[in-house]
Structures are given as structure tokens and as C-alpha cells.
Design a protein. Structure first.
Length: 342
């Protein structure tokens, strides 16, 4: 019997994330956090991972990411979840080295073989990254979810944050947008799994260029684009850096079929939850750009803020297949809004 994993959960991929405004409210009321001087990055700037200075010029990067099925194929789901979790380490300029699996599984609804395939997919991606999948934790859960807790290393001098963009920096993105809309169309029976194979390929592609970007002084800020959409993660970059940004919408890369879905108003529920969280910070939005720029990405690309004087040197880094460098805008001095879409 063919298993359609997406029918076993109410959400999909990073679209399962709690909305930014709700998350902010949760954290606000969670009490004081114990912070040591060695903690280089906590949750104060909503960065991609926590970073701890080991005291020898090297820092430990630690993160966890998991979500409900985004595709029907169990092995594909495991691959995407693993690539997505590893991305947080790359987004800090680091290199992941060890991972622990986090699995929730409805044992009364799905055969154990399905869970085996999910883990097999994760192992395949971890092997590509040179990461040891060294163990994990499982629970019996009403809905399936899977992800990884990942540790990585970075030289302190190469650490990249999302909060260090500078006025004049150019903004580059390494993957096109649209995973949330495409997988929603599959979940609603409007597209087949075969029709979104290109999106699955993007989601399974590791963000390994992040490690190389960490070694470039002229790359001022770095993050990855996931569940809060491009606008959500760019507003975090602007807020942490005390700047604003201009986005040229015509330069935004979109996956095949996304424009057509936007025209039919096919999008995940979390798109509007994202928009409500930062609508007061954005100017110039329209129907299509709202749906695409707020679309929750899963295992999305890297968002890079680079010194314009060194723009051409950026193209010397090695990019894996299915990634590119798309120039989408620039950082400007702080205005009354954080993002201007032109």
C-alpha cells in the first residue's frame, strides 16, 4: 500500500513553525535566561543557532530543527528534514560534525518500515555532509515528526551572524522560493509528487557554501530562509543590525509553478500568520509578492549580506548543483519600515 505521509499531519515542513508574533510572546513570558560570557549567540537576535566559545579560538554551534512530513515519500522526508537541520550550522559559517535524531511516530497507524526509511534518508544526507548521525530519541506521537539536533564547529573569527549587516551591503539568495506553496498544492491534491520533484531536489540540497562564506571577511551577515519566509528572516536581519532593506521583486527567483499557484491563491495557512507578524514593517507588498515572500520555506537557501566592493569575489565560492547566487536587493540606512519592496 502506498503511504501518503502528508495525510497524517495537520502541517507540513517548516510551515509547522509557530508564528513569529506568537513565538515572541511565548519567549517574552518565559523568564530570565542564564547567560555565560562564553555564549556568543543566544536567542537575543533570533539567529539560526546557539554558539558557545570553547576558549581556544573555536566555537561550538548547537541547533535543533524538526517538523511534520512535507512530502509523501518517507525517505525523501528524512532527507529534507536532515538537510534543513544541518543548514542552521552552515548559516553560522560553520561545519556540522554530529547529529542526534528526533522522531515522533504514530506506531498504531504506520508500519515501522516507514520510520526506517525516514531515518535512512537522514543518514544519506548526513553522510554527504560528513556528519555522524550518532543516536536519537523517539516517542509514540499522534502525528509523525522528524528532525535533528546538530552540533558544528567554527573558528570564532569566521562566525557569521544574522545581526551584522551593514548599510550598502548587497543581498544575495542561493535558492528560489516556493516550497510552501508547492507542497500545499500536493497536500490538497492539486499537484502530484512528480510535479514537485524539482522542489524536492532544492530541499535536499545542502547549504554547504555557508562554511566557505564564513571565511570571507566581506560577507557581513548570513542566515537561511526557512519557516518565516524571506520577509520574516530579512526583518530579523534588519532588526538585529539596526538597518532597513530594499528588495527588487523582479529579481526574486521562484520555483516552477509558483506564479501559477499564486494567481490561484493556493498557499499554506502559515503564509498569512507570517504576514500578520511583520506587516507593519514592510512597504510595497502586493498580492503575488505577499504570497511568495511570506511563503514558509523548508530547507531554503542562504541569505547573504556582502560588501559591494567585493561582490565579484563572492562568485569564486564553490556552489553545489541546484544553487546559484541571485542578487535580490541591498541594505539601506534604517527607515520607518524595515523592508521596502520595489
Amino acid at each position: 500500500m502506498e503511504i501518503k505521509l502528508t495525510q497524517y499531519s495537520h502541517g507540513a515542513g517548516c510551515g509547522c513553525k509557530i508564528a513569529p508574533a506568537v513565538l515572541e510572546e511565548i519567549l517574552k513570558g518565559s523568564g530570565a535566561t542564564f547567560v555565560t560570557p562564553n555564549l556568543l549567540v543566544g536567542n537575543e537576535t533570533k539567529d539560526d543557532a546557539a554558539v558557545y566559545d570553547m576558549g581556544n579560538g573555536t566555537a561550538l554551534i548547537s541547533t535543533v530543527d524538526f517538523f511534520m512530513p512535507i512530502v509523501n515519500d518517507p525517505m525523501g522526508y528524512g532527507k529534507i528534514a536532515a538537510a534543513n537541520a544541518l543548514s542552521d550550522v552552515y548559516a553560522m559559517g560553520g561545519k556540522p560534525f554530529m547529529a542526534i535524531a528526533v522522531l515522533g511516530f504514530p506506531v498504531q497507524k504506520l508500519d515501522a518500515e516507514v520510520a526506517q526509511q525516514i531515518i535512512a534518508g537522514a543518514k544519506e544526507i548526513c553522510m554527504q555532509a560528513g556528519v555522524s548521525l550518532a543516536g536519537g530519541h523517539t516517542i509514540d506521537s499522534p502525528e509523525p515528526f522528524f528532525g535533528l539536533s546538530v552540533n558544528g564547529l567554527v573558528e570564532v573569527k569566521n562566525l557569521k551572524k544574522n545581526s551584522s549587516a551593514q548599510v550598502g551591503d548587497l543581498l544575495y539568495l542561493t535558492k528560489p522560493l516556493g516550497t510552501g506553496m508547492l507542497v500545499t498544492a500536493v497536500k490538497r491534491g492539486l499537484l502530484t509528487d512528480d510535479e514537485i520533484k524539482h522542489a524536492v531536489t532544492y530541499m535536499c540540497t545542502l547549504n554547504t557554501p555557508g562554511e566557505s562564506l564564513g571565511k570571507l571577511d566581506f560577507v557581513h551577515a548570513l542566515t537561511d530562509v526557512t519557516g518565516f519566509g524571506l520577509l520574516g528572516h530579512l526583518t530579523e536581519m534588519c532588526a538585529g543590525s539596526g538597518v532597513s532593506a530594499e528588495i527588487e521583486y523582479a529579481q526574486i527567483p521562484l520555483m516552477d509553478g509558483v506564479k501559477e499557484l499564486a494567481a490561484k491563491f493556493i498557499y499554506p495557512d502559515s503564509t498569512m500568520r507570517n504576514w500578520k507578524s511583520f506587516e507593519s514593517k514592510v512597504e510595497g507588498i502586493n498580492g503575488e509578492s505577499l504570497l511568495t515572500l511570506c511563503d514558509p520555506q523548508t530547507s531554503g537557501g542562504l541569505l547573504i549580506a556582502v560588501d559591494p566592493k567585493h561582490e565579484q569575489e563572492l562568485f569564486k565560492i564553490s556552489l553545489p548543483p541546484n544553487t546559484s547566487l541571485f542578487k535580490i536587493g541591498k541594505i539601506i540606512a534604517k527607515q520607518d519600515k524595515q523592508i521596502f519592496i520595489i
